[in-house]
Every structure is written in structure tokens, then in C-alpha cells.
Design a binder for this molecule. Structure first.
Ligand code: BTN
Length: 323
């Protein structure tokens, strides 16, 4: 049933600029015309808008706005990212499932996406609020062959740049707060969590988890973050299509990732700095105590570069910015 439905959607996708007749679908899928008709009704219930014209056949006019494997696959313009995609309506955390798949030899670019997460994970063991069908919650398995484990955290910054570029294309004025939070004004829109499995000098795999608050209204957020979080819908005052947004993010991340692997961190560094939040400003950092620091950029290896009140430069690899 599922397999037939995938094939049916594929055939409709292949013929999206014309029509495909019921007879042809029935021949290709080896099922009756009435079975085709039933499938069409199922697709309509799932949110597909399908046009049926007498003597011509069927055509997909619009995709569902809620996430699904098929709706994501249609029009995904990547070479490898998301070609293996696992969608679950509800999971504890997509990170856990991606780790299991990676241990089971899942290929580079495999994506695990969820409608909701009941135990979403943030950095520093924090909880990540992942309300059902309100955001993009997904984890990607990456196997960067040539990257040294010590440089793995740079992938987080690559992802942050890719997200910032996508948001700019949507006219959303985002800034990146080191190392990887995306902010609109003073509120957090998106977070990135990178987890790595490595031998001493070789990365086995990286799980890149991305969470983006998309269609939340203000009261959709957990009470604990309601005054610190925002969503694309709150800013843009309109509903955003999750399938389309994922496709844009996947395409841009693949592009930036390839650039990073081919050209190294340098081009990413300058782009990251162009999006940096509070660049050149004084802020408070927590790194072996709390102290005032001026943000001056990031180092070639991705560390945060600050100067203290005595004018001395510091590279921070693990720190929290308190602002
Ligand atoms: C942070 O800002 O602290 C990082 C948040 C990362 C959230 C994403 S949502 C998809 C993936 N699954 C998780 O459990 N966490 C990441």
C-alpha cells in the first residue's frame, strides 16, 4: 500500500506539467482504476490538491503544508542531503534516532525529521521545546571523510551560516549568536546541536541537529521560554510552508558544506562574522568565571575571539555568552 502510494506520487510528480491518465497509472502500477481513485482520495485527505480532468487525467496542483516524506521529496534540489529521509510524527529526539541509524551504517546525508519531539535536546543538556507541526525538527547524519575531529565544531558554524542565508532570503533579519543560535532581535529563532562519534584521529560520523521555530504563535511556547523565543510566523505574520522551508535549508546547507569541505573554514568565517550578533560590542561571558569582553570575531578554527578590559585577546572554545 505504502509502496504503491510512493510510486503513484512519483508518477504524478514526473508528470506535474501535464496530466497522466487513470489508465496509464493503472497500467504502470498494476492496480485497478477504482484502486487509483481510492488512492487519489487518500492523497486529497492528506492535503494534496489534485486536479482531475475528464479525458486527460490527473495532475498535482499543490502539496500539503504539513510535513511528510513524499511532500519533502518532491522538488528537493540536493545532490545527497535528504535522499534518505525518515519522517516520524512523534519521537523523543531525532538525535537519538539518527545516532541509531548512523551506528547501523546510515549513509552521509540521511535525515531524520519529526512532527514533534517529546524530549528534544538542546546544548548543555538543556530541553528543546519542539511543539507538534510548529517547527522543523531534524537531524542529519554527516560523514566528513577529510575533516579532523578537532575541527568538527566548525560544522555547527557552517550550518548557522546556511540558516542565516536562508532566513535572509525570506527577508528575516537574523543574527548568529556564537556559536550557533539564530536570533531575531533579542529572541531565539533556531538552535543547532552537533554531536560526534570519533576515533582518536578520525570522525566516524556527526549528527547535526537543527531546530527552527516556524509556525508558533506566542502562547505555543513553553512558559519557561515564552519571553525569549520567537518564530518565523510571529515575525512575518504569516504561516510558512514547512516542506518548502526544509527544502531551502537542505539546499543551502549542502552548498555551504561542500564549500567548507573544498575550501576550508576561511570563507565560512567571514560570512559568519557578517551575521554575528553584537559584533564589536561589549558583553558578558561565562568562561572560567564571568567577565566583560568585547566581541571581535571568530578565529580560523571557529573559536570566539574577544578582548578583555585590559585589552588582552582571548580565544574561547567553550563559553557561554550572557550579554
Ligand atoms: C540549542 O539551541 O541548544 C540546540 C537545539 C537543537 C534542537 C534540535 S531539534 C532537532 C534535533 N533533535 C534534538 O533533540 N535536538 C536537535
Amino acid at each position: 500500500m505504502e509502496g504503491t502510494r510512493h510510486k503513484l506520487i512519483d508518477l504524478l510528480f514526473q508528470n506535474q506539467d501535464s496530466y497522466i491518465s487513470g489508465q496509464e497509472l493503472s497500467d504502470q502500477l498494476n492496480i485497478s482504476r477504482s484502486a487509483i481513485w481510492k488512492h487519489m482520495n487518500e492523497l486529497k485527505k492528506a492535503g494534496y490538491e489534485i486536479e482531475a480532468v475528464t479525458n486527460r487525467g490527473y495532475r498535482i496542483v499543490n502539496l500539503p503544508t504539513v510535513l511528510s516524506e513524499d511532500a519533502i521529496r518532491w522538488g528537493l534540489e540536493t545532490d545527497w542531503l535528504g535522499h534518505h529521509l525518515h519522517y516520524y510524527p512523534s519521537v523523543t529526539s531525532t538525535q537519538n534516532i539518527a545516532h541509531d541509524l548512523a551506528r547501523d551504517k546510515a549513509s552521509h546525508g540521511t535525515v531524520v525529521m519529526a512532527g514533534e519531539q517529546t524530549k528534544g535536546k538542546g546544548r548543555m543538556k538543556r530541553y528543546w521545546d519542539s511543539k507538534q507541526n510548529a517547527g522543523l525538527w531534524f537531524s542529519t547524519v554527516l560523514r566528513p571523510k577529510s575533516l579532523e575531529p578537532k575541527n568538527a565544531t566548525q560544522i555547527t558554524l557552517v550550518a548557522a551560516v546556511a540558516l542565516a542565508k536562508v532566513m535572509s532570503n525570506y527577508s528575516i533579519p537574523v543574527r548568529i549568536k556564537w556559536p550557533n543560535d539564530l536570533f531575531i532581535g533579542e529572541r531565539k529563532l533556531s538552535g543547532i546541536l552537533t554531536e560526534m562519534q570519533a576515533e582518536q584521529d578520525q570522525i566516524d560520523y556527526i549528527i547535526l541537529g537543527i531546530g527552527i521555530n516556524v509556525n508558533h504563535d506566542k502562547n505555543d511556547f513553553d512558559q519557561s521560554i515564552v519571553n525569549q523565543a520567537t518564530s518565523l510566523k510571529i515575525y512575518a505574520e504569516e504561516q510558512i510552508n514547512l516542506n518548502d522551508l526544509f527544502k531551502s535549508v537542505a539546499k543551502e546547507f549542502e552548498l555551504q558544506y561542500e564549500r567548507f569541505i573544498e575550501q576550508g573554514f576561511k570563507p565560512i568565517k567571514s560570512e559568519w562574522e557578517s551575521y554575528a550578533y553584537k559584533m564589536g560590542e561589549w558583553l558578558k561571558v561565562r568562561a572560567q568565571g564571568e567577565w566583560n569582553a568585547k566581541l571581535v570575531g571568530i578565529h580560523e578554527d571557529g573559536a570566539l575571539k574577544v578582548i578583555d578590559e585590559n585589552g588582552q585577546e582571548h580565544l574561547l572554545y567553550s563559553a557561554e555568552i550572557l550579554w
